[in-house]
Write a protein that binds this ligand. Structure first.
Ligand code: GUN
Length: 283
């Protein structure tokens, strides 16, 4: 089988048009959705992500503000900045770009963000609400994966989903979203024995391990849906995912490429969450 390529860039573009239209409607009511992005230090990858988030915000007609703190900024400074943003009515979403410098307690910082403005969906209140199936801000990459499948008309209920990776940002929450949609979910990770035994039974594989070309054709059942969350560089410095695309795409039924697969959906769902937060102020 040769896999259908899931075009994340195109699906993201379509969603962004819908979001921009809703932003315009909200602006007519006097509300401009506003996102504050906080960047601490000078991590090169983080700066690229943050610039992208800001630009997308403005492209969709939203208000965007970047708050930059130096690498040596204290935890107190950061917490006080977040407090200000929590209290600022022009700001509907607050995103603190991770990772933070080592001297800052990430969990403390995430917990200081108002759950009502936590558009990353990282606050324990939003995670708990997601787990119990209540309305919540859903974390952007997992949410983007669910939207990709929905847009492709790929059903989830009753499917066996194998998630490879257990990060707080992707692996753990994406498994929960699949469970909420009635899938049977298996989590695999670095200490899983006989990974191939599990992945080869999967109807849907989510690869989120952060190792270039880790998932090979032998891991994949014929016709399976393969979602690649990885953003890695191979030995030649070329951008690649966690899935060995050339060989797996010969066997899978559907596959997301890297780039232009899951990546564009992450930012799109951040915009969606910011819009949702702004709309919540009308309630
Ligand atoms: N670092 C890598 N991915 C993310 C993300 O989705 N949100 C934040 N805040 N930081 C990140």
């Amino acid at each position: 089988m040769t896999a259908v390529i899931i075009d994340g860039k195109e699906i993201a573009s379509k969603k962004k048009v819908e979001i921009a239209q809703e932003v315009q409607k909200l602006k007519e009511l006097g509300i401009t959705p506003g996102l504050a992005v906080v960047l601490v230090g000078n991590n090169h990858a983080s700066r690229t992500y943050v610039t992208n988030k800001e630009k997308t915000c403005r492209d969709l007609g939203m208000y965007s503000v970047l708050i930059e703190l130096p690498e040596e900024a204290s935890q107190e400074e950061l917490l006080s900045k977040i407090k200000e943003l929590n209290e600022n009515p022009a700001i509907h979403g607050i995103l603190v770009q991770l990772p933070l410098p080592k001297h800052i307690d990430e969990i403390r910082v995430i917990e200081s963000i108002s759950p009502l403005k936590d558009v990353d969906g990282f606050h324990p209140i939003n995670i708990g609400r997601m787990m119990t199936g209540q309305d919540a801000f859903l974390p952007c990459t997992p949410y983007g994966i669910m939207v990709l499948l929905e847009e492709m008309g790929i059903s989830v209920a009753g499917k066996h989903v194998v998630v490879v990776g257990r990060s707080n940002i992707v692996g753990k929450p994406v498994g929960q979203l699949f469970l909420n949609q009635h899938a049977t979910v298996t989590y695999c990770h670095s200490r899983t024995k006989d990974l191939q035994f599990h992945t080869s039974q999967a109807d849907i594989i989510v690869a989120a391990v952060g190792i270039a070309n880790f998932i090979k054709a032998d891991h994949v059942k014929e016709g399976a849906v393969v979602i690649d969350v990885g953003i890695n560089r191979n030995e030649a410095g070329k951008l690649c995912g966690d899935v060995a695309f050339d060989e797996v795409s010969e066997k899978a039924g559907y596959i997301t490429p890297v780039p232009k697969g899951v990546g564009p959906m992450t930012i799109t769902m951040l915009m969606y969450n910011t819009l949702k937060s702004a709309k919540n102020t009308l309630r």
